[in-house]
Write a new protein. Sequence first.
Length: 314
Amino acid sequence: MLGGMSVKWLVVGIGDITRKRVIPAILAEERSVLQGVATRDANKAEAYPGVKAWATVEEALAGDAEIDAVYVASPVFLHAAQTIACLRAGKHVLCEKPVAMNFAEAQSMVDEAERAGKRLGVAYYRRAYPKLQRAKELIAAGAIGKPLFVEGIYHGWLESEERAWLRDPAIAGGGPLYDVASHRIDACNFLFGKPERAVGLRSNALHELKVEDSATVVIGYAGGVHGVVDARWNSHVARDEFRVVGTDGAMELTPLNGPTLRWSGGEEELPVEANVHLPAVRNFVAAVLEGDALMCPGDEAVWTDWVTEQVMRG
């Protein structure tokens, strides 16, 4: 811990998410300082005058001992190596999702954080949604009886050319399974804990890609709860559905990214922050400075990687 001072951040990778959400979140967070960026494209660094810039993570770690924490937002195939390098250099790490290319890589990051005595968080920011936190509270209180089934559906069209790297399995790991399904799998894990079983199907129903354009996942949790996550890049109709069914009712969170939570006993409006990454950054800073619990610690996030690995093996 840094004794209530500030957290000086290095951001690795300047892409769509970092430009729109991560860097604005760091700039808005009261105890955060954007110390530097690491990017292969020097033109992207010019958007942040006065902020140090390096071409590689290694150069940044060697060039500035004042860096306290690193936000790793590079493509998935770099997550493990870059995170481990940062941890070994004595830095805390908040990593983009999914954690890594596979469960073994993800677990190696958790092991290294434990050896280094540093915080490792993963940016599954939906865990900070007031609606999802309230749903967990209501489920535990028996609002829908014994929970039996949880479902998350995300349908959309093929990712934009700006994020074309998501179509390369050597860089991204997989298609919608790794990209958008991972958020829904983690939300299910957040509600019901460590998954016990998982199977799934992947296919290319429309697009001829090296990654799938469709993924359907079935997950088994303790107590007989079954989960289904379906994610697609082949639907002109956008869907963002999430629901939980129990013996005595159901809980509707559709759309997952919206504010409304409905269940048999009522309805609540629980809006999210305008910048959905801000609560994740704020929580990470509190964890580093004050020892608060991480919203999504690495040792929980890796179980989404475990689920996706079962599907990839299938």
